[in-house]
Write a protein that binds this ligand. Structure first.
Ligand code: S3P
Length: 167
């Protein structure tokens, strides 16, 4: 089986959807941010603060190459900028989780750990900058995707089932 790769903006629910898919299927999941944090033994926030964004993007490209060569039949959730690695489609079937910026932002704010969720994301420190990034990326996410799933009016189990059906 081909890998399934979840892409989409920060906070859209890639991690939660991946955990639900794991519950509903025999799939095992990997997360590119988790891989990078264990490679570096420090958080994404620290990597950005201590080394800068370009260093982090180089790690994403290294992880992408490894996934492409070594990983099969796995569900892969990704950081919001991972989709820009070269040859993304060679890793597996690319599934874009899509929702309007306001929906994503309001969902983060409604979460009991909202402050922590925002604090740990270096590119979500300023709402206007995050909105601009969203606007720049939303077309690119669509272009990179084999399958687009609008998650704005669905709960996590519904999204998970839809992915298992379509991917
Ligand atoms: C990023 C998204 C983050 C993380 C890093 C950069 C981005 O992942 O990879 O902070 O460029 O959108 P999440 O999408 O899981 O927040």
């Amino acid at each position: 089986m081909k890998n399934i790769i979840l892409i989409g903006f920060m906070g859209v629910g890639k991690g939660s959807v991946a955990r639900e898919i794991v519950k509903l299927s025999d799939l095992v999941a990997l997360d590119t941010d988790d891989i990078i944090e264990s490679m570096e033994n420090r958080t994404i926030k620290k990597i950005f603060a201590q080394e800068g964004e370009e260093y982090f993007r180089a790690l994403e490209r290294k992880v992408a190459l490894w996934l492409q060569k070594e990983v099969k039949g796995t569900l892969i959730s990704t950081g919001g900028g991972f989709f820009k690695v070269p040859n993304l489609s060679k890793i597996g079937t690319v599934v874009y989780l899509s929702a309007p910026f306001e929906t994503i932002y309001n969902r983060i704010l409604a979460h009991p750990n909202a402050e922590k969720k925002l604090r740990k994301r270096p590119l979500f420190q300023d709402i206007e900058k995050a909105r601009k990034l969203y606007d720049e990326r939303s077309v690119l996410y669509k272009k990179a995707a084999d399958i687009v799933i609008d998650v704005s009016d669905k709960d996590i189990p519904e999204v998970a089932k839809e992915i298992l059906k379509k991917a």
